[in-house]
Design a protein around this ligand. Structure first.
Ligand code: NAP
Length: 289
């Protein structure tokens, strides 16, 4: 009997389920007189960013969220961009603000992120939200890491006492995932480009999270039998197809659960953005969602 298919985590299907739950929460807020609002700011013409923003717009609209996309030219100055952020901060119909990163060269991403009202920071990158995550306080959590934990929850993965190895230590993915796993009582090791014996380390892991951006870095025989593998990486192969950071066929043979690329962690990111937007709207208005 071929059991491999059942080991794959269906991120696409799970994202559909999360979005349906979000739509119910949106209806609850609408019934109380508030339509959650999301503002997406796109600066410049980067083709990948344009696709991401279009997808976010479509998904949010589908869930009943009022979306406005602000498209600014690549020549936009830092002061002009900050003025747009301030305008959205002051707009009571906007509960979530997302500035699509990366910004064109010459613009200071850190300053832009710090200027977003932390209560509306649905990307979870404002220093106050980073601090809230570390301190275990209520805040807004970055979408991709939140999506990884949501997949674990919906697939019944009990993280307590598990050894989780997170490969990658970026502010966007690696560090927040490590904090979320700690919050779930996993024992967490964070690996990076200077880690020695990454293979040996991964072989001790009950949960491997790969968030690097190197195609096939994590080999199949690094995965302990029965381990859970979450592959965050998105890499374009020479054949033009998308691949993760994990050698999927090799790892799938050992893992109990594994996310494919595409169709694993990726679809969860937008779903969690919508979830964050509704959470922000509920907190800002003091309503139940
Ligand atoms: P990043 O900022 O470039 O960080 C990459 C991390 O990987 C760094 O911490 C780096 O270590 C580490 N690293 C690089 N080479 C390594 C090696 N050979 N061995 C061990 N660690 C190594 O990237 P990111 O923004 O975190 O994104 C990571 C991947 O996730 C990318 O493929 C990105 O496209 C993808 N991603 C996917 C989603 C999604 O929705 N699924 C969302 C965001 C990102 P140092 O710190 O030592 O340099």
């Amino acid at each position: 009997m071929d059991t491999t298919a059942s080991k794959r985590i269906d991120g696409k299907g799970t994202a559909v389920a999360v979005r349906a739950d979000v739509a119910v929460r949106v209806e609850r807020l609408v019934a109380q007189g508030v339509t959650p609002g999301l503002a997406v700011v796109l600066v410049g013409e980067d083709p990948a960013s344009q696709v991401y923003v279009r997808n976010k717009d479509r998904a949010a609209t589908g869930a009943g969220i009022a979306v406005q996309t602000r498209k600014l030219s690549a020549e936009t100055t830092q002061a002009e961009l900050l003025a747009v952020v301030e305008e959205l901060n002051a707009d009571n119909s906007v509960h979530g603000i997302l500035v699509q990163l990366p910004l064109p060269k010459g613009l200071d991403e850190g300053e832009v992120v710090r200027r977003i009202d932390p209560a509306k920071d649905v990307d979870g990158l404002h220093p106050l939200n980073v601090a809230a995550l570390v301190m275990g306080d209520e805040g807004l959590v970055p979408c991709t890491p939140a999506g990884c934990i949501e997949l674990c929850d919906r697939y019944g993965v009990d993280l307590t006492g598990k050894h989780a190895v997170v490969v990658g230590r970026s502010m966007l993915v690696g560090k927040p995932i490590a904090q979320l796993l700690l919050g779930r009582n996993a024992t967490v090791t964070v690996a990076h480009s200077r880690t020695t014996d990454l293979a040996g380390l991964c072989r001790t892991a009950d949960v491997v999270v790969a968030a690097v951006g190197v195609l096939g870095l994590v080999k199949g025989d690094w995965i302990k039998p029965g381990a859970v593998v979450l592959d965050v990486g998105i890499n374009r192969g020479e054949d033009g197809k998308l691949y993760g950071d994990v050698d999927f066929p090799g790892a799938e043979a050992n893992a109990s659960l594994i996310t494919p690329v595409p169709g694993g962690v990726g679809p969860m990111t937008i779903a969690m953005l919508l979830d964050n937007t509704v959470t922000a709207a509920a907190r800002i208005t003091g309503l139940e969602a």
